[in-house]
Structure formats: C-alpha cells, structure tokens
Design a protein around this ligand. Structure first.
Ligand SMILES: [Zn+2]
Length: 299
C-alpha cells in the first residue's frame, strides 16, 4: 500500500491511499493573483471522501462541487454539513461530526475526529519569527471590540479594489459560512501509518496531548489558539508545542501560501524560523514543505 500527498494550496491537501482519494479541505478556486497550484475544482473527477477542518471559505469552498461530481462523502462540522445540505449535496453524502467520532473510509482505512480550535483571528497575528504577547482573558464582547477597533480586516492590509471584487465574486459563488462552525482535526489510520490533519492554528491541550501520529499536517499561519487563549509567543513556538504532543516522525506545513493573492507578498511564506526551532527542539523530526501537486510519498 502506498500513501501519497499533494498540496493543493492553502490548507487543502489530497491523500491517495491505494486508489482511495481523500481531500483534506476542498478550497482550490482562488483569485487570479494567488499562486497557481495547477488544480481547480473543475479538474477534480475522483474523490471518495472530503474531510473539512472548518466552515470558512478558504477551507469549505468547493466541497459541494466535488461531492456532487464525484459522489464523495463529506465529513465536517454540523455547520459545514448545514451549508452543504443547503447547497444541494445529498444527505447520504454528509457526515456531520463534532469530535469523538471514528469513521470507516474503507476496509483498511479509518479516521478519528477531534474537537479543535480556530486560530485567534480577533487579535494581532505575525509571521513566523515574531513573538506576540497579551490579549489574554478577554470575553467574546471584548474580542469583537478589539477586532473592530483595529479597523477593516482586523488591521490587516486592505485588498485593492480589483482584487477585492474578484474575491467577493469567488465567495459569492462558493459555499462557506461566516462562522468557522467549530474546528475539527482528523487522525487518519492506514495500515502503513497515521496522518494527523489540522487546518487552523489552534488546539485543546487535553485533546492533542492524547494523540500521536506518524505524519502531522499542521497549519502555519496566524495567531495560535491554545485552550481558547492566544499564544504568548510565535508561530514556531506554537508548532513546536504541537510536535511535542503529537510526536510525529514527519511534519507537513500548510496554510502558508499567498492564497489571498496580495501583491508584494511572497507566494510561499518564509517558514525558516519554524524549521530552525523544530531542528533545535525536535531534531529527529523531518519537516516537509510540499510544492503544489508534487505527489510526495508518505508511506
Ligand atoms: Zn478560518
């Protein structure tokens, strides 16, 4: 049995396990200024399952198209499933989960679902290599206020009008929710080994520390969320803390390309601080930054 992985941009991956095709997120249709990954939903003719981390546009979009064309079953939060049901995906293809479920994908492969957390999009974030402190202990009202006071898009750079229009059209024509709907992580078990998939930088310590995996696919952008509070530290410290819990042999990094298509932003974020910190703390772990669609063999 051979297990291969393709990175399809953002936090979207495709696993192929001896003919069993599993999408991890389904966001592939991007603005024209985003780096070209070589695939769009229009190219997808084969899928057996799609595992959706959360219901935001840059993760759930495309799931309806893939499901309807291929007959793939979709495992996701009840919010993701609600959106897909409203988009006309047949009920028998929808598997709502909240964490704690164990689903069979074929006679050899199963997946466990874990409750997770979305990154702290209500507060400041910084690229790898920069440490952030503060914003602890705030109520949701205070978090909403903080985000609003930071200006449009939480103080991040505004999109230029043409790009904003293109992004708005993409969102209008795609399935997604304004709510993340509860983030989920997945542990896929194959006869060859286990693969953990996470699509946003957050975790419950009590949950993640109970899991181990041979390969960990970890999101690498944003302000990490640890047990509901923003990390006091950096992206690389967040990822290192996950690696210490999951104890993988290999780490695949995701969510670090310029999927928004911002001008003057590199196609792929510089994650050398993550590599350096992992080399220091977990020198035996191999860190893989996949290229798009390069068919890497995991097992
Ligand atoms: Zn999100």
């Amino acid at each position: 049995m051979t297990v291969t992985i393709d990175w399809l941009g953002c936090a979207t991956f495709r696993l192929s396990i001896d003919g069993l095709v599993i999408f991890l997120d389904t966001f592939m249709d991007r603005v024209s200024t985003a780096p070209d990954t070589g695939i769009t939903t229009a190219d997808v003719t084969e899928a057996d399952f799609a595992l959706i981390g959360h219901a935001h546009f840059d993760h759930l979009a495309g799931a309806d198209v893939v499901a309807k064309r291929t007959g793939a079953k979709v495992i996701g939060s009840h919010e993701s499933v609600r959106v897909l049901r409203e988009a006309g995906v047949p009920e028998e293809q929808l598997i709502g989960s909240q964490g704690g479920e164990h689903h069979r994908l074929n006679e050899d492969v199963t997946v466990k679902v874990f409750s997770s957390l979305h990154s702290c999009i209500w507060t400041r974030a910084a690229p790898a290599g920069t440490s952030l402190e503060g914003d602890l202990g705030l109520t949701e009202d205070e978090r909403v206020g903080l985000r609003a006071s930071a200006g449009p898009r939480g103080g991040r750079r505004q999109l230029d009008p043409a790009l904003a229009k293109e992004m708005a059209e993409l969102r209008e024509n795609a399935v997604s929710s304004n709510s993340h709907g509860g983030a989920l992580d997945y542990l896929i078990t194959t006869p060859q080994g286990t693969i953990y998939f996470q699509d946003s930088m957050g975790y419950w310590t009590g949950v993640m520390s109970s899991v181990s995996a041979d390969v960990a696919i970890l999101a690498a952008s944003g302000r990490g969320n640890i047990d509901g509070e923003p990390i006091q530290g950096s992206v690389e410290q967040f990822i290192t803390s996950e690696v210490q819990m999951l104890t993988p042999k290999r780490v695949v990094l995701g969510h670090h390309d310029n999927w928004v298509g911002m001008p003057d932003v590199p196609d792929i974020a510089d994650l050398s601080p993550v590599h350096d910190e992992l080399k220091r703390v977990a020198p035996d772990v191999e860190v893989i930054e996949l290229g798009f669609m390069d068919g890497t063999t995991l097992f």
